[in-house]
Ligand binder design. Structure first.
Ligand code: SF4
Length: 331
């Protein structure tokens, strides 16, 4: 079966004066139409680099050093720059945490939307404006006609993020990569944006990759999760399995640090230490300096992803026999 997106053994490096640093180390995953995949981890885990690698927008000195990225059946990391630009603009859209990365502060929403449409389709201004209105309605922008004549600064953060999603929809994308799309928003607005993205996946038959540090958000929205640590996927599978029976100590730590898992009166448990810098990734299991189960073999040998339940849940840990029954999140 051909998936909407297949990433196989992807490797991303940064070419620096003193040598190449590995930012993404042999990761593989797939996504189908209408499916939502969460890529989760702390800052520096390689989540955003993965998103930029998919759309081939890695900023220098980053480059794809190995692996394959197939989208709608085509290997897109080997396409010409022009062919890739077409796919990136039309079939894959990316949404960022800060809507102002996408919006131009000195142009009205209408001008920006019409320009986007006309950059991709040969249609007149009036028709492009109609299409813009249609997409604004899809993202539930009240009084869309009025909004077209406003500037980004005249809107709230949540409204601006909806406008960005409407702009992304202008080219009928098959895949949206949303990088921390709600991190800057308050909780109720966040929930509304997530609900909207979920609905659009269904109605527009799109796939969604949700990149976030927030396991609580992905647990509510996605069907599958890939947890990243130091450039690798260290646990992956169906969201339900991972949040109810996490098996990698890092995922267990992420779940234990969520407010929803705290017992009354107790403090949140934080994972000790920090995500390692790319220049200092520990030997063996990269998580070992922070791991409550670390043993000698963890310092020497890197664990590979291993199936932990019926081929639908994998974790990369030497001590999986010790991680059964740890804390979990109730969905
Ligand atoms: Fe912890 Fe060892 Fe498992 Fe790494 S391999 S997560 S250090 S127990």
């Amino acid at each position: 079966m051909t998936h909407l997106l297949e990433v196989e053994n992807l490797e991303v490096k940064f070419a620096l004066r003193f040598g190449d640093l590995t930012a993404i180390d042999d990761i593989s995953f797939y996504l189908d139409k209408k499916e939502k995949l969460g890529i989760v981890g702390e800052s520096g885990a390689g989540k955003s680099v993965t998103g930029f690698a998919i759309i081939n927008l890695l900023s220098k000195p980053g480059y794809i050093a190995g692996g394959r990225i197939r989208f709608e059946g085509r290997e897109i990391n080997r396409l010409s720059a022009e062919a890739l630009r077409q796919i990136r603009g039309n079939r894959i859209s990316m949404i960022f945490q800060d809507p102002m990365m996408t919006l131009n502060p000195v142009l009205t929403i209408g001008t920006q939307m019409v320009e986007t449409v006309q950059a991709h389709r040969r249609i007149g201004k009036a028709e492009a404006r109609e299409l813009a209105l249609e997409k604004l309605r899809k993202v539930y922008i009240p009084s869309p006609e009025k909004r077209l004549d406003q500037y980004p600064h005249e809107m709230s953060g949540g409204m601006r993020q909806r406008i960005v999603i409407a702009i992304a929809l202008l080219t009928d994308p098959a895949l949206i990569i949303a990088d921390e799309p709600t991190t800057a928003l308050d909780v109720t607005i966040q929930a509304g944006i997530m609900e909207l993205l979920t609905e659009l996946c269904e109605t527009e038959a799109m796939g969604l990759i949700l990149i976030t540090h927030d396991l609580a958000v992905v647990s509510q929205v996605t069907e599958r999760i890939a947890v990243m640590y130091a450039g690798r996927i260290i646990e992956t599978g169906y969201t339900t399995d991972i949040v109810t029976h996490p098996r990698h100590p890092y995922t267990i730590g992420l779940i234990n640090s969520l407010p929803g898992t705290r017992q009354a009166g107790s403090r949140l448990e934080q994972i000790p230490g920090m995500m390692p810098n790319l220049t200092a990734i520990p030997e063996g299991c990269a998580f070992h300096p922070r791991c409550f189960l670390a043993a000698d073999q963890c310092r020497r040998h890197r664990p590979e992803l291993t199936a932990v339940s019926g081929g639908r849940h994998w974790a990369a840990c030497h001590r999986l026999d010790q991680t059964l029954g740890h804390n979990h999140l109730h969905r």
